[in-house]
Design a protein around this ligand. Structure first.
Ligand SMILES: Cc1cc2nc3c(=O)[nH]c(=O)nc-3n(C[C@H](O)[C@H](O)[C@H](O)COP(=O)(O)O)c2cc1C
Length: 175
């Protein structure tokens, strides 16, 4: 079995974490995976804001109604923002970098989960992006795509089984 494919089969969104601290070298590896991700015209419009301070993580959890509660347990959050003046595909670029970091976290035995920020609302009714901009001071021409919450897993989730994949979504030749 191909190593990457089996890693992809066992990757799941993990939303429960222990109190254990993540090693800085693991955070570095996750960020490197993000920096290694491809981007349109190699523009690399994304930047990453890494948050490990517990109080700030609690405030980040308020960036979404409901869907970001795991940040109250996570040891680390990586917010992916992008310079929207650099490229019209910043959203795609940011999504790919998120996927790379999510998969790298899994390969290190860490649990992580995508928290959608773009087009979403914070607890206080502001756009999630505006709420985070005020909190983390990024410039107006940057927009946030998503947050990756990361921690030592406190839950196990079933891997995907290859025979159960939705093969009907694949069309050869034409639809
Ligand atoms: C674009 C996108 C947005 C997502 N937003 C959230 C979110 O805001 N909160 C959350 O808990 N999970 C979020 N997820 C995780 C999905 O719910 C999860 O990937 C999906 O249910 C499949 O489960 P799996 O990741 O374990 O395979 C998001 C995933 C993607 C790709």
């Amino acid at each position: 079995m191909n190593e990457l494919l089996s890693l992809m089969q066992t990757r799941r969104s993990i939303r429960q974490y222990t109190d254990e601290k993540i090693k800085q070298e693991d955070i570095d590896a996750i960020l490197r995976a993000g920096l290694l991700s491809p981007s349109g015209k190699n523009a690399k419009p994304w930047e990453f804001i890494v948050v490990r301070d517990r109080e700030m993580l609690g405030k980040l959890a308020e960036a979404r109604t409901g869907a970001a509660n795991m940040l109250n347990q996570a040891d680390c959050a990586v917010l992916v923002i992008a310079d929207t003046t650099k490229t019209d595909v910043w959203c795609e670029d940011s999504s790919i970098t998120m996927a790379y970091m999510h998969l790298m976290a899994h390969s290190l035995g860490l649990g992580s989960c995508w928290i959608q920020i773009r087009c979403r609302e914070a607890h206080n009714g502001q756009r999630s992006d505006d709420y985070l901009r005020t909190l983390l001071s990024y410039p107006d021409h940057y927009s946030a795509e998503a947050i990756l919450s990361i921690g030592v897993p406190a839950q196990t989730r079933d891997p995907y089984a290859l025979p159960e994949l939705p093969d009907s979504k694949i069309h050869y030749g034409k639809y």
